[in-house]
Write a protein that binds this ligand. Structure first.
Ligand code: ADP
Ligand code: MG
Length: 593
């Protein structure tokens, strides 16, 4: 992007390639175009004022780059833009505006004033345009940045003016644009004034979560889970409402593609298919940021409605499915290639899953909408394409129980637990099940902290400086999880007790797993509990090596406890705890179905 103030007139062939669209539909579109220009100009703070639902006045002030007098005049010519030079640039746009038609279009249907000053000039420029006719250019004393005032929108287009709705309707459109823009640019400070009253003041924020609290209220994230995941070149980030939970002050779905508000049938489809909804449920509240290389998305499909077209719809859908499933299962952000587990016996859950899935090849794969998550799609992707995984869902309970009844059958020589349920046979991976139990026990709020086991001799652990600083930051969470731990000098920690469920692993091992988990590149440090979750995951992983449920009583207890978990189907790192083989599938396989 070019912030040096040199505006280029688009060559005609570029202009022709860009679909011409109606830029100004209503006052909210003026707000959107002006604010986007301010963002493109590198503003740190943007103030928006409207009156009469934006019909009387829309004004936007920023502290961005500002313009020279020449550029200010040029910016009002059609197809004058400083943002693209050539056709090729259209494929890789990283600024919000690029058509060079907003300012001239707005100025042609309003009483328009642009006041602007570059930081390095002593004086600014004011340009006034009256319904498309240049009314005056003069020097002006003004702060660095740009201030645009748009009065009497559609003053010369009575037909359009008549089409505008009641103040309150126009105001709600403006509020929607404001919300979208503020959400996608948390680091910029925004304020919105309406009829002389300040309705929002949003300080620059560090994260989308903080920005959401500013917009929707402090408790808006209480019933939400962090969305995070990546699949190939597609990255997903954001927040989603948990099923049945309330997200005070935040009800809508906000989706952004590379920072722009966007919609696309494939995004809507992926959300519908992956989110468990009962008939009559409202759509979940979502704030979702999708990032992918600019060349992989066509943003120019619909200039006003923001519909985008992806070159690879399947990758986008899969990334959304991964992120939604991981968020709802409370698992770690799922990546396309999950790191393999170090456990040696029984086979790591993913190997086990593959083994069972291979046996099931030959039948169909039901859609996510009719099944509950038992296998995260990260695994599904690697399965033989024709595989059946069916899950029992009790449509009257919100938290889906895996079965109505079960009967213990056996523990196999290879270490799996086999049970029969009302809907079929289930193979359970005891290690994965234990990890899920340990994870939920550590995170349980009402049960207080988990039991700790004092060590006979306190253990001192020396960590690398990087690991030590991660662990030092997570001391409160470690203590809550059952560790008695203190800093004992530079990079050294003294441990007097460990959570009883994790006794088998050495404290040093757990601490370095915690440090690695906390420092993992790409891990999003958001959500009030992300450190607790990282500690819980590490503790859960260190349950490896505990005696497995060899006898019927132990296995039955494990199965019962697993079934009452909040998310029984996956271990904390998102791999399956159980594999279903439904009665219907068995009948089909025996050619009796
Ligand atoms: P586009 O944003 O598509 O380039 P616009 O008509 O919205 O077209 O703006 C034309 C040009 O005017 C921009 O390319 C930019 O160089 C300049 N401009 C507009 N608004 C601002 C602003 N707030 N601060 C600095 N420059 C601006
Ligand atoms: Mg623009």
């Amino acid at each position: 992007m070019n912030r040096d103030g040199h505006i280029r007139v688009l060559p005609l062939h570029v202009a022709n390639k860009i679909a011409a669209g109606e830029v100004v539909e209503r006052p909210a579109s003026v707000v959107k175009e002006l604010v986007e220009n301010s963002i493109d100009a590198g503003a740190a703070n943007i103030k928006i004022s409207v009156s009469g639902g934006g019909r009387k006045l829309v004004s936007v002030s920023d502290d961005g780059s500002g313009m020279t007098r020449d550029d200010a005049l040029l910016s009002l010519e059609r197809q004058a833009t400083s943002k693209i030079l050539d056709v090729g640039d259209i494929e890789n746009i990283d600024t919000l505006g690029f058509r060079g038609e907003a300012l001239p279009s707005i100025a042609s249907v309003s009483r328009f004033t642009l006041t602007t000053r570059r930081r390095d000039s002593d004086e600014g420029t004011e340009v006034a345009v009256n319904a498309g006719i240049l009314a005056g250019v003069r020097s002006a004393g003004c702060p660095p940045g740009t201030h645009v005032e748009v009065r009497d929108l559609f003053c010369n287009v009575p037909a359009r003016k008549k089409f505008l709705r009641a103040y309150s309707t126009e105001e709600s459109h403006i509020k929607h644009v404001f919300t979208q823009t503020a959400l996608s640019h948390p680091s910029i400070g925004f304020s919105l004034w309406s009829d002389g009253r300040e309705t929002y003041r949003l300080a620059p924020a560090d994260s989308s979560g903080e920005r959401m609290r500013g917009l929707f209220g402090e408790s808006c994230l209480d019933g939400a889970a962090r969305l995070s995941g990546e699949c190939g070149e597609v990255e997903i980030d954001g927040w989603i409402q948990l099923p049945g939970a309330s997200t005070a002050g935040w009800r809508d779905q906000y989706v952004f593609v590379n920072g722009r508000p966007a919609s696309s049938p494939s995004i809507a489809h992926a959300l519908r298919e992956t989110y468990p909804r009962k008939p009559g449920d409202a759509r979940p509240a979502v704030v979702m940021f999708i990032r992918l290389p600019p060349g992989k998305v066509d943003v120019n499909v619909h200039p006003a409605k923001r519909e985008v077209r992806f070159r690879d719809n399947a990758a986008v859908k899969e990334a959304i499915a991964l992120a939604v499933h991981a968020a709802l299962s409370g698992a770690a952000p799922v990546r396309n290639h999950p790191a393999s587990s170090g456990a040696s016996f029984p086979p790591a859950a993913d190997e086990a899953a593959d083994a069972v899935f291979q046996g099931a090849a030959g039948s169909r794969l039901p859609s996510f909408a009719t099944t509950q998550l038992a296998v995260p799609p990260a695994r599904l992707q690697m399965l033989p394409s024709q595989t059946t995984i069916e899950f029992a869902v009790d449509p009257s309970s919100t938290a889906s129980k895996p079965w109505k009844w079960f009967k213990f059958l056996s523990t196999t020589d290879s270490g799996y637990i086999l049970i029969e349920t009302d809907s079929g046979m289930v193979t359970i991976h005891p290690q994965a099940a234990r990890e899920r139990l340990a994870y939920e026990a550590v995170l349980a709020r009402d049960g207080g902290s988990v039991e700790s086991q004092e060590l006979l001799l306190p253990e001192t652990v020396r960590l690398s400086p990087a690991d030590a600083s991660c662990v030092a930051e997570a001391l409160p969470e470690l203590r809550k999880a059952g560790f008695a731990i203190d800093e004992f000098g530079r990079d050294v920690f003294k441990i007097d007790a460990v959570p009883s469920i994790a006794q088998a692993a050495s404290a040093a091992q757990i601490l370095s797993t915690v440090a690695r988990d906390l420092a993992e590149p790409g891990r999003r440090r958001a959500g009030s509990r992300w450190k607790e979750e990282a500690v819980a995951r590490s503790v859960a992983r260190s349950c490896a090596g505990m005696a497995l449920a060899a006898d019927e009583a132990g296995a039955t207890k494990l199965v019962e406890e697993l079934a009452s978990c909040r998310m029984p189907y996956v271990c904390p790192s998102g791999r399956p705890t159980m594999i279903f083989t439904s009665n219907a599938e068995l009948a089909r396989k025996f050619s009796r179905g």
